[in-house]
Design a protein around this ligand. Structure first.
Ligand code: KG4
Ligand code: ZN
Length: 361
């Protein structure tokens, strides 16, 4: 079975050709066209600009996914003059992100997928973006035991999910305000570190910590000059709140002179990152214990953060992290989640799919 995955929920246009052979998934291509350079100058994603860019590149991205798949020599190359022969005829299923995400961006992927599916008479399934992030570790690991706790940490979501089986999910905690990636992006903006904030903060902190004479490393990672709150870390539920942490950074830097701020920026970034990670890890650990799960699955762009990855690996329950290339938005995870959905439903949704910006898991 060959699946085409399409993803356009935010600022990445992505397509993947994915094969299932004897029950084993095999990635034939993974194309991601990022708009980061375009949105950088605005300090964040501008929805209208994102949608226009998706529309401009989507068919080239899909074509590239096919040519890359051909390069791994698994799909039949079309012969010249061969009637109706194109790689598209080899596809058995199309999977597209239906939400959550930016409505204008989602529309582009959904419409492209519907057009392809309708004209080529292929089945189409709509995939929940959060489910795809949750399942992203399955692209690299097999035989993970369920039930599992899933931690989703991305630019739009921070969620703890109890997974009992494929398709059987329960959200046990969410952020009450900002998502953790959003907090990284906003704090980086306050500190003048640019967009996207997560990579900017984690890179600055890593460089700073590796400096030999850094006060921070001399103190073994503890900063005694100031500390930031760990909001809701010990609350009696599995919810998160990151707006207060962001505001605490704002208050901290408000009184600083530009010179002092420049001097303190790496220490503030490090303490902010540590605070966010402490909360994510503590809540995940608590959830794993309460539900006596066998595995912890992790997904979302923030999981690219090395310090977070290291902290999660120290938990007692086996933790399955996505490979770096599957942490941020990509279409491989959409193809995989689409395949799993197809196995459950065997129902093509061609014209029924709608872009759902607030789609629930
Ligand atoms: O999953 P994703 O690519 O898109 C959404 O579905 O939101 O996540 C993007 C988020 C952004 O907020 C970005 O700043 C954050 O992931 N991010 C990171 C890192 N790399 C990306 N956050 C912390 N550390 C990183 N290394
Ligand atoms: Zn995402």
């Amino acid at each position: 079975m060959i699946i085409l995955g399409i993803e356009t929920s935010c600022d990445e246009t992505a397509a993947s050709v994915f094969e299932i052979k004897n029950g084993e998934p095999r990635i034939l291509s993974n194309v991601v066209s990022s708009q980061i350079d375009i949105h950088k100058k605005y300090g964040g994603v501008v929805p209208e600009v994102a949608a226009r860019k998706h529309a401009e590149v989507i068919f080239d991205v899909i074509k590239k996914a096919f040519s890359d798949a051909n390069a791994v020599n698994c799909m039949r190359m079309p012969r010249r003059n061969e009637k109706n022969a194109n790689n598209f005829s080899e596809i058995d299923l199309i999977a597209v992100t239906k939400g959550p995400g930016l409505i204008t961006s989602l529309h582009v992927g959904v419409l492209a997928a519907q057009a392809l599916a309708a004209f080529a008479e292929k089945p189409l399934v709509g995939v929940n973006h959060i489910e795809a992030h949750l399942l992203s570790p399955f692209l690299s690991y097999k035989n993970m035991e369920l039930p599992a706790i899933g931690l989703i940490a991305s630019g739009g979501h921070t969620e703890l999910i109890l997974m009992n089986a494929f398709g059987k999910y329960r959200i046990i905690g969410s952020t009450r305000d900002d998502a953790v990636g959003e907090a990284f992006d906003k704090v980086a903006k306050m500190l003048g570190l640019g967009y996207p904030g997560g990579p900017a903060i984690s890179q600055l902190v890593a460089e700073w910590k590796s400096e030999k004479n850094s006060k921070f490393s001399a103190r073994g990672g503890q900063n005694s000059e100031f500390s930031l709150p760990r909001p809701m870390m010990n609350s009696n539920d599995f919810d998160f709140s990151f707006a207060g942490l962001k505001t605490a950074v704002l208050y901290l830097i408000k009184e600083m002179s530009p010179r002092e701020l420049k001097r303190m920026t790496p220490a503030i970034a490090a303490e902010f990152q540590r605070a966010a990670i402490d909360v994510l890890v503590a809540k995940t650990k608590k959830a794993a214990k309460k539900y006596s799960v066998k595995s912890i699955l992790v997904g979302g762009g923030v999981i690219a953060n090395e310090e977070l990855r290291e902290a999660l690996k120290k938990l007692d329950t086996p933790v399955y992290l996505p490979e770096m290339r599957f942490a941020g938005d990509n279409a491989v995870m959409i193809a995989f989640a689409g395949w799993k959905k197809w196995q459950r439903t065997k129902r093509s949704e061609v014209l029924r799919i709608k872009a759902e910006p607030n789609s629930r898991l």
